[in-house]
Structure formats: structure tokens, C-alpha cells
Design a protein around this ligand. Structure first.
Ligand code: CP
Length: 308
């Protein structure tokens, strides 16, 4: 049995296979409409979510399976003090696979020690969000046809943004990828991303504070929200909240082939006028999240022997 706790749990070959499966689901969803008949997915969300939880649930339903779970800690026995380990141990008696989001970094890993079914990390604190990364990879593949030789600008809250950490871990494994890390100094990527991920990978990277000077070089611009819920004070959040706002003026010198991505939700960091630009792919990205989660559910259930 395998879990998905971090992007690096998957080899590049396994990621390729999952993307191929998602592409097949996109072209012929009917073929997969009953593959999970009789199977159950539990979504245990101790933190708010729209896309991740609902796309997981839609994914399982489109595979013929059923879903159960909770969307906030307050409606589970966590509110009475039950531990994550006990919660997951119980739920693994009721479901074949579990997708779990938790504000504490490492909580899904702890859960994985106490379960008889695959655990999927659907976001743990500021640490990782591997299924968002699979979503991002499918989007990049559909837009660019490759993961190699790309210059990716990551912009916004690179300190607390778990989607950014997971995407850097994934993309730095491909050939000749360059990263432009655009953030105020206080919100740059954590040191471990530089020391343990970027430097050992040999990928080139620059850290800058301004978006426009780098815009002409970018193949992908990945905007992110300032993560209000992870700041220690409201004052600190307010200082950074509108640090970067992408509008049409800022795209003046961007490539025609640029792909604009955002894991969503957005607050104020992309103006709605950009939504009509053909380079804006963040809503397609959200749709891709359902297809890749369908592929992930099938793959993990097969690896665990619950599906043939
Ligand atoms: N991208 C993402 O994780 O969105 P939600 O918080 O709505 O799940």
C-alpha cells in the first residue's frame, strides 16, 4: 500500500503514468465511469477548502464510487479532543481511501502510520500540497507539452504557500528548468527549499522583488495568495496583502505563449480583466484538478490491491 504525502513520494515515471491516465480520462471518461463501483473515499478536512475537497468528491463520484467525510474540524470528534491518529484509524474502517487536509504540518504522515488504507495529503499547514502539484503538472503538460526547458515565475507568498513548495520540489526534477522567485524578502521561500531542493537539483533560480522586470523571460507565471491564516499578526498580513497584483498593464511585455496559473482561491492578486486573456489558465487548472485526482484515486487503489 502506498500513500501520497509529498510530491517526492512519486517517481518521475509514476508521475508520467498518472498524467497519461488523466489524459485518457479526459478523452474517454465513460471508460472509467464504473471502475470504483462499491468503493468509498473519505474526505477529512480539518481546514477550509473548496477546490480540493469538492474535486476529490466529484472525482470519486465520476469513477462510480461514493464519498463520506467532514469539511471542518468542528463537526468531527476532533472538537471533543480526539487525536488525528484515532480519527484516521476509525475512518479507515469505513472507507477505502482517505484524503486529508490539516493545519498541522506532518499530520497526514502521522495519520499514515495508523491506517489500513491509502492516505492522501490534501494540504498540511504551510508544508506541502502534492495533489495541487499534480494538478499543476497536468496543466503545464496540457499547455506546454513538456516539463523541460521552462522558466517559471512563482509570485506572492512563497514562504507560507505550500503549493509553491510542492511545485518547486516537482519541477526541479526536470531538465533545464529555471525558477524566478518573486516575493518581498520576508515572504521568500524557506531556506530548506533553497538548501535541500533547489541547490542539490542544480536548477537555476533568482530571487527578486519585482514582477515586471522578469516578465518577458517567463514561460509560466504562477501567482499565489498571501496566506492570511498563517501570519502571526494581522498587522504583518496587512503590510503584504497587496504586494503583487497582476493586471493587463503588467502583462504588456509578457510572451504570447505565457501560461498564467494560480492554485486559487485568489483574493486580489489577479484582476478579473486578466480572466479573459487566453493566457489565463487558472480555471482550467481547477478543472484539471478533478481529472488528476481521478487518476490518483485509481492508481493508489490499484497499488493497494483494492482495484484490479
Ligand atoms: N487550491 C486549493 O487548495 O484550493 P482550496 O483551498 O479551495 O482547496
Amino acid at each position: 500500500m502506498r500513500h501520497l504525502l509529498d510530491t517526492t513520494d512519486l517517481s518521475l515515471e509514476e508521475i508520467d503514468n498518472m498524467i497519461s491516465l488523466a489524459m485518457d480520462i479526459i478523452s474517454d471518461g465513460e471508460k472509467y465511469a464504473h471502475i470504483c463501483d462499491g468503493k468509498k473515499l473519505a474526505t477529512l478536512f480539518f481546514e477550509p477548502s473548496t477546490r480540493t475537497r469538492l474535486s476529490f468528491e466529484a472525482a470519486m463520484m465520476e469513477l462510480g464510487g461514493n464519498v463520506l467525510g467532514f469539511s471542518e474540524a468542528g463537526s468531527s470528534s476532533a472538537a471533543k479532543g480526539e487525536s488525528v491518529e484515532d480519527t484516521v484509524r476509525m475512518v479507515s474502517c469505513y472507507a477505502d481511501i482517505i484524503a486529508m487536509r490539516h493545519p498541522l504540518e506532518g499530520a497526514p504522515r502521522v495519520a499514515s502510520f495508523k491506517t489500513g488504507v491509502p492516505i492522501i495529503n490534501a494540504g498540511d499547514g504551510g508544508h506541502a500540497h502534492p495533489t495541487q502539484t499534480l494538478t499543476d503538472l497536468l496543466t503545464i503538460y496540457r499547455e506546454k507539452g513538456t516539463f523541460d526547458n521552462l522558466t517559471i515565475g512563482l509570485c506572492g507568498d512563497l514562504k507560507f504557500g505550500r503549493t509553491v513548495h510542492s511545485l518547486i520540489k516537482a519541477m526541479s526534477r526536470y531538465k533545464n528548468v529555471s525558477f524566478v522567485l518573486i516575493a518581498p524578502k520576508e515572504l521568500q521561500v524557506p531556506d530548506y527549499i533553497i538548501k535541500d531542493v533547489l541547490e542539490p537539483s542544480g536548477a537555476s533560480y533568482v530571487q527578486v522583488e519585482d514582477m515586471e522586470s522578469e516578465m518577458p523571460n517567463l514561460d509560466i507565471l504562477y501567482m499565489t495568495r498571501i496566506q492570511r491564516e498563517r501570519f502571526f499578526s494581522e498587522e504583518e498580513y496587512l503590510k503584504h496583502k497587496d504586494a503583487f497584483i497582476l493586471d493587463m498593464a503588467k502583462l504588456k511585455n509578457a510572451k504570447e505563449s505565457l501560461t498564467i496559473m494560480h492554485p486559487l482561491p485568489r483574493v486580489n492578486e489577479i484582476t478579473t480583466e486578466v480572466d479573459d486573456d487566453p493566457r489565463a489558465k487558472y480555471f482550467v487548472q481547477a478543472l484539471n484538478g478533478k481529472y488528476i485526482r481521478m487518476a490518483l484515486i485509481i492508481t493508489l487503489l490499484k497499488w493497494g490491491g483494492a482495484l484490479k
